[in-house]
Design a protein around this ligand. Sequence first.
Ligand code: GLN
Length: 546
Amino acid sequence: MARYIFITGGVVSSLGKGLASAALGALLQARGYTVRLRKLDPYLNVDPGTMSPFEHGEVFVTDDGAETDLDLGHYERFTGVAARGTDSVSSGRIYSNVLEKERRGDYLGKTIQVIPHVTDEIKDFLRIGDDEVDFQLCEIGGTVGDIEGLPFFEAIRQFAQERPRGECIFMHLTLLPFIKASGELKTKPTQHSVKELRSIGLAPDILVCRSEGDIPAKEREKLALFCNVRPESVIAAKDLDSIYKAPLAYHAEGLDQAVLDAFGINPAPRPNLGRWEDVVDRIQNVDGDVRVAVVGKYTQLEDAYKSIAEALTHGGIANRVKVRAEWIDSEIFEREDAAPHLEGFHAILVPGGFGERGTEGKIKAAEFARTRGIPYLGICLGMQMAVIEAARNVAKIKDAASEEFAGADPRAFTPVVYHLKEWVKGNAKVTRKKTDAKGGTMRLGAYDAHLTDGSKVAEVYGETAIEERHRHRYEVDIAYRDKLEDAGLCFTGVSPDGKLPEIVEWADHPWFIGVQFHPELKSKPFAPHPLFEGFVKAAKEQSRLV
Ligand code: GLN
């Protein structure tokens, strides 16, 4: 049976609960334990798949094809454990399961209530994989006191009560605001937050307090006394200039020791932090920097391309350079010449996206990279746009376009990118219609691809059989392969049945690769994804040329 650590938040949101959970997971691994990190989100969407990246940040896709919260990305980046669909659940999913059971008659005519039916459903979720790991770390989204969070808080209270004593602990993340005028760090909001938590039956064992600086002994004792935790279980989470410093910083603060103490694990195994020391050394000791333009649509919210930003950082870690990513709204290139905006960058990345807005601008960015010999990485939509650019400007299919763009009359253009209606997953055929519901109906999750021996991409990967995560509805049409290859754009990666183009690259370009999948989802600071490692390496070479 696993031990459980429940992570809750108070005072304000966005304190970095996901990061604290991920860093703790990494520290437990460093002591030789196996971990699983999971997220329980109180919102009513069934999953984040249909939520706008502007609102909620990126959708993180797992190997098993679930569209999940971006915190699962942090978990995976810090622990290297591949996230699964059952690592994330929302109120919407819980309620929809309960209502489905009710419609089926599973409750035998009983009145369905939040307690026990909804809380039971949450507890069933918590028990999944109970015997697989040493520790399950479960983060509850939102902050204590949120109305929709209540069933989750109640469920974890019941869950801890039903388990053998000492097998569940609670960690609460709060904020210690610093009042400049009086020069004081204030503990009152944390006291109130813990009071709120205790009023619903939960008592924290560990307090993690975000603060600008150290917590003086006086405030630490006050927090311990008023919040009923041990002084050594008050952990300062100071602001850091890199999230990858979090595991070592939390270790220095004694977080993992406090957690093991709370479980009564004594003596605790010694940690091996070599992996994180190496990552921090590579971040701190760099040899120059490179500028990368990320030309996309969701440029106002940093979290919308979270995994891409992180994967670029990992590419920097691999090459010992600092990557300066600048987000540029592709729509600008529909009004203005792209050149003055893109000159001076050492590489261009066009990420994934949905809908027509800004796509002509992305095509311009691909054209700029191709004609100027600038390293280019096109991801999903970024690959599709590079193919359309090649079709229009080199293969002379003047009206090449994608079927995705609504209102487009199929007779009025050549669909080099078409709506995928049938494909193979494992040994089964999957079919889709244009009228299908939007939620969960894309080509999702891990699929294999075969790379062409001797191609640039095979050199980058160092192998010819790969597996990568997908999330898209449209696909480049293999029927145009010969025409595009004659023009110089080679299809160097395809699905095992040879029907679906997975990778394209320009034969006569220093580094121009488009991929239909999302490599950024599998990159880690201690194991940078080969495509990002190669892309940043090419950017580094480019920076030495200019
Ligand atoms: N909108 C495109 C498609 O559905 C690309 C999706 C993506 O970039 N993730 O195929």
